[in-house]
Design a protein around this ligand. Structure first.
Ligand code: R5P
Length: 282
């Protein structure tokens, strides 16, 4: 067995290879003058673990090229972050189900797929091969433990992320809740934790993805108004588009925590150990 990765998933792939005690395949990535991508993989194995997050369109094309270059029906694909997964339904006539389009394309040429905190588990059915999803919720909880916060409140930004918050909170037996929006008037919306009070507490807002940071920055402002002591933000996939990191810091977020499914300066949690465990289980 060997591990190979696209350009933007090299750090996670190297950690995964270390956890599996297998070598990493050397790859040369380049471009033609017109911008088209090209790659050459070093010596492959019959069983290769291909690691590549779809963080942008280039990363998607590179992953397709890599699956083709590896060319063995025994290969597994590790898809740590699946871009386009949020468009998982046809909301209006004429739209694509983008998650399905990406899933179908990536299923050709691999035996199995492993995803990490895929935005919606229903998307797994769109892959044309068996697909398993792992969750880093507990790993985020274990990282929060190292911050030694006094009785933190783990907060989901909406009800949809409540189960995720519950799993994070289980690492330390902490309280968890979700924010609830109440419309006060046509223009005024109140956002507050549904059951618990944030006053004088350290609050960790947890979500699967931080994209623009807008959701968490708004929530942080409200929590500080309600007397929260400190607000932290933790997610699996730090998309952090545009000026998201600076926006969150300006909103008073004490620390931004994400995993290495997308490699960032604030990637403090690795998905490698859980992925290795899942691969070893078979
Ligand atoms: C949405 O469904 C996701 O779970 C996140 O809540 C969302 O992507 C966060 O987006 P943003 O950081 O742009 O507010």
């Amino acid at each position: 067995m060997k591990v190979i990765s696209t350009e933007k998933s090299q750090i996670l792939a190297t950690s995964l290879a270390r956890a599996l005690k297998v070598p990493v395949v050397d790859v040369k990535y380049s471009r033609f003058p017109d911008g088209e991508q090209y790659l050459v993989a070093g010596e492959l194995d019959d069983e290769t673990i291909i690691v590549g997050s779809v963080v942008d369109n280039d990363a998607f094309v590179q992953l397709l090229l890599m699956i083709d270059a590896c060319d063995s029906s025994d290969n597994q694909l590790v898809l740590p972050y699946m871009g386009y997964a949020r468009q998982d339904k046809r909301f209006r006539q004429g739209e694509p189900v983008s998650a399905r389009a990406i899933a179908r394309a990536l299923s050709r040429g691999v035996l199995e797929i492993i995803t990490v905190n895929i935005h919606e588990k229903e998307v797994l059915k769109y892959f044309g091969v068996p697909a398993r999803n792992i969750s880093l919720a507990r790993d985020i909880g274990l990282y929060i433990k190292t911050l030694n916060l006094d009785n933190p409140l783990i907060l989901a930004p909406d009800e949809g992320a409540l189960t995720f918050a519950e799993h994070v909170a289980s690492a330390g037996g902490w309280d968890f809740d979700h924010l609830e929006k109440t419309r006060l008037s046509g223009v005024e919306v109140k956002m507050t934790p549904k059951q618990l009070c944030a006053a004088s507490r350290s609050v960790v807002i947890v979500d699967d993805i931080i994209s623009t940071g807008g959701t968490i920055a708004t929530a942080a402002g409200i929590l500080y108004e309600q007397g929260a002591k400190d607000v932290f933000a933790a997610c699996v996939h730090g998309v952090l588009t545009g000026g998201a990191y600076a926006h969150l810091k300006a909103a008073g977020i004490r620390e931004i925590i994400c995993s290495d499914t997308i490699e960032r300066g604030c990637s403090k949690i690795t998905a490698a150990d859980q992925i290795a465990h899942t691969i070893k289980k078979g």
